[in-house]
Design a protein around this ligand. Structure first.
Ligand code: GMT
Length: 380
């Protein structure tokens, strides 16, 4: 197949999943064209099956807001025609499904019919998309997609609750390439980060308020009172500076390392003993899955799609959003005893394997084949 993928090229989970999907499809010998405003951060070297087409938006002073959707839909039309692309897969409803629909309509005028698959990732639905400013456009774009997928059952339920959707929504969970990880790192070089007696606790996110970064700091504060430990904070965002300040105020700044954005997530997780994800909302929690495949148990909130990934008492523990003392208690119970910790580590890996690329990518391929045969989703 000759497939175009539109996504956010940033460190966010939707961009990561879209990139990993493109890489997996290319390995299956499909031609994959990423169409976005910069090369996706997780996309390494391009190869003969992977192509990147940059969307540029010329600055024009008349425009208070530069029209990215217009530039994207025009780029889609031109690229789809030039490379004879057969299928369009857009990740994130805003504005990608909207721009994708416009491109589809422009192409239809020229007799070119291209199916559009839209994958919903969470923030496009639960945080931003349901705002009255965007809701009609998001509803329209979802209903006009040929196939709609969501990354968890929880997100599907939220979408049907928040929008007036007349499409079936297929749940295709996020995935992880287990093979790639288990072969790359044989030596974790843990000593670079902590003393042998210290446990390493890690959090990775974009440090937005929805991640409840202060809970991460407070949980770690409780952990280090009981167990020698270091906290690795990976990522960047608005809560970064307030979190650093809180670490100073609590007198734990020497035990907390802020690493910023990183392309070496697996290496960092390889050092780690426990992952914290106390988010307010999370449609899936890709960061938790990335931790688990690296044998890192997860202490998380029980919101959204996280319970579909992190299994209570098996790969870690889940508590109510904001239950800092509950999460601290569970974290300490996992870290205190090495036998218990090792059991959780093995369990985390085993649970993560359910989401291996080999199990999930064929689901997308099947949906693509259906879309190409004109089997679009029926009325819900
Ligand atoms: O919240 C983020 O970290 C970024 C956001 C995004 O839009 O990329 O992540 C969303 O999509 C990820 C991939 O499907 C999910 O794993 C995240 O749970 C989801 N974030 C939220 O729902 C808040």
């Amino acid at each position: 197949m000759n497939i175009a993928i539109v996504c956010y090229p940033t460190f966010g989970g939707s961009g990561v999943v879209a990139t990993e999907l493109g890489i997996a499809l290319a390995k299956l010998n499909h031609q994959v064209h990423f169409i976005t405003y910069k090369q996706p951060v997780r996309l390494g070297l391009l190869n003969p099956n992977i192509h990147f087409h940059e969307v540029t938006v010329p600055e024009y002073p008349l425009f208070h807001y530069q029209p990215y959707e217009l530039a994207l839909s025009s780029k889609l039309v031109n690229t789809i025609k030039k490379y004879k692309i057969e299928l369009l897969h857009v990740h994130y409803a805003i504005p990608h499904a909207y721009a994708g629909y416009m491109a589809k309509e422009m192409l239809a005028e020229e007799g070119i019919h291209i199916p559009m698959v839209t994958t919903l990732h969470g923030t496009d639905i639960t945080l931003v998309g349901s705002h009255p400013f965007y809701k009609p456009a998001v509803t329209f774009s979802i209903n006009k997609s040929d196939i709609v997928t969501s990354v968890s059952q929880s997100l599907k339920d939220d979408t049907l609750r928040l929008f007036d959707i007349n499409k079936n929504i297929e749940v295709v969970p996020n995935f992880i390439d287990a093979n790639q990880r288990s072969t790359i790192f044989t030596d974790c070089q843990r000593e670079l980060m902590a003393m042998p007696e210290e446990k390493i606790v890690t959090h990775i996110s974009n440090f937005r308020p929805v991640k409840r970064i202060m809970d991460v700091v407070d949980i770690f504060y409780n952990i280090q009172k009981e167990i020698p430990a270091k906290l690795l904070m990976v990522g960047d965002g608005p809560e970064c500076n307030p979190a650093e300040q809180r670490c100073k105020d609590l007198g734990i700044k020497d035990k907390v390392i802020f690493l910023g954005n990183s392309n070496e997530i697996d290496k960092i997780l390889c050092f780690s003993d426990l992952f914290l994800l106390p988010s307010e909302r999370e449609s899936f929690g890709l960061a938790a899955l990335e931790a688990m495949i690296n044998k890192v148990p997860v202490i998380s909130s029980n919101t959204g799609g996280i319970p579909e990934v992190n299994t209570q008492g098996v790969s870690g523990y889940l508590c109510d959003v904001g239950d800092v003392s509950g999460m601290s208690e569970k974290a300490i119970s996992v870290l205190r005893d090495d036998t218990v910790l090792n059991t959780f580590k093995e369990n985390a890996f085993r649970e993560a394997m359910k989401f291996d690329t080999a199990n999930i990518v064929p689901l997308y391929v099947e949906l693509y084949e259906n879309a190409l045969q004109g089997i679009t989703n029926t009325k819900y």
